[in-house]
Design a protein around this ligand. Sequence first.
Ligand SMILES: Cc1cc2nc3c(=O)[nH]c(=O)nc-3n(C[C@H](O)[C@H](O)[C@H](O)COP(=O)(O)OP(=O)(O)OC[C@H]3O[C@@H](n4cnc5c(N)ncnc54)[C@H](O)[C@@H]3O)c2cc1C
Length: 426
Amino acid sequence: MDSVRHLVVGGGISGLAFADRLRDEDVLVLERDDEIGGYCKTVHQDGFVWDYSGHFFHFRHPEIERELVERMKDQKILVVAKDSRIWFADSWVDFPFQKNIHQLPKADFAECLHDLYFKDREHPGTPKSFLEMLYAKFGRGIAERFLVPYNEKLYATDLGRLDVEAMGRFFPYANVDEIVANFGGGRDTSYNATFTYPEGGAIQYVRALASGLDPAQIVTGEAVVGIDLQRKVARTSRREIRFETLVSAVPFPALLRLCGMAFDESLYTWNVVEVFNLGFDRKGPPGIHWAYYPQRDLSFYRVGFYDNIFGSDRMSIYVEIGRPQGYRTTPEAREETLARVLADLKRVGLVDEHRLVSHHHVLLDPAYVHVTRGSQRDVDAKKRALATRGVFSIGRYGSWTYCSIEDNIVEARALADACNLAASAG
Ligand SMILES: Cc1cc2nc3c(=O)[nH]c(=O)nc-3n(C[C@H](O)[C@H](O)[C@H](O)COP(=O)(O)OP(=O)(O)OC[C@H]3O[C@@H](n4cnc5c(N)ncnc54)[C@H](O)[C@@H]3O)c2cc1C
């Protein structure tokens, strides 16, 4: 039987960041797919560069970004001042909606402002869910014009099920003073007012992390199919491997299944995001990077524009559609959805005489996990139990949370540092 001190399951950002930081060469990364990258894969097709879904980066730790960029010698890193907008009443409103209600038609503005002013009277008490939080913090006008329909389209679930903190720091909070101050034309102070993007796509960050490893330490096309916690042995699609420590970036409920641990399936729900990457023969609207669509009768909730990041002359976009858990598609259904997407793009004025010259499709499943108090409690308790067996679950899906690749790197490195420390102490 093969044996390794540190077995890493998943060759995405999290698994590679862990293995790269570890000061022990006895480490093996197993990736089920034929290539590394997980959700940070990039597609090059017909002269277009697309990620699995738009991945743009805002680093809060400049040292992490510097270190990764230093490893990308051949890459130009584009630094872009974000232009994101919301499509409302056949016109554009700057993102975030709640800070730009003064840009709405007068009657909408008046109602949003009225409801914002009286929100504490109308929605008293501590909100218990994401839905209640939206009403309590912003009032009915803002909630029902944008925040509720948009997030329902995205999460494809009843927002009353989600935790108040379902989006953590990624939710653009704003108090009444900030909203009113913005009426004079404020700066965008949302968490990612500028972002960076490597010319070669999101996969460049993955490759930068992988470059710290010996290629023999990464094996693709090999899935872990079972984990024996007693014997500390992983069964893969090819062999058995004994380990001392196992670090997994597999979605948490799937890891529990691999370990044969019983759990309450109803605690773990998520959405699926269906992504169409579309390349056209001519330019679309200039300048804009993201457009948000709260309208329930439009298929997509968000469109992102690669051509306005690259400064290229053919419209290159990703279109995201929120789907419920369990969503499956067929080639016929995909074609139908694509036709609907193209019609909707025309309706909102992004496409007129444009000819679609290239397209690519992917389902992200899971995409946004439904963070609830129950799921958070269960993940914490079961992660602690697994840790006593030398099994550590990390990553966006391994920790069952909402986070960025930078958060993944920070979490993975903290675990590697703890392993390094334990090794040097023992
Ligand atoms: C729609 C969308 C947009 C996003 N946009 C951004 C953004 O703009 N900026 C940003 O910073 N982040 C963004 N993210 C988040 C980012 O994609 C994730 O944080 C990151 O990719 C997670 O990396 P990971 O390694 O934790 O998980 P993954 O990328 O899921 O990697 C896990 C790996 O484990 C492998 N695996 C699973 N099961 C097994 C098994 N049994 N055996 C072996 N291997 C297995 C998988 O194939 C996969 O490669 C976005 C996410 C989504 C869904």
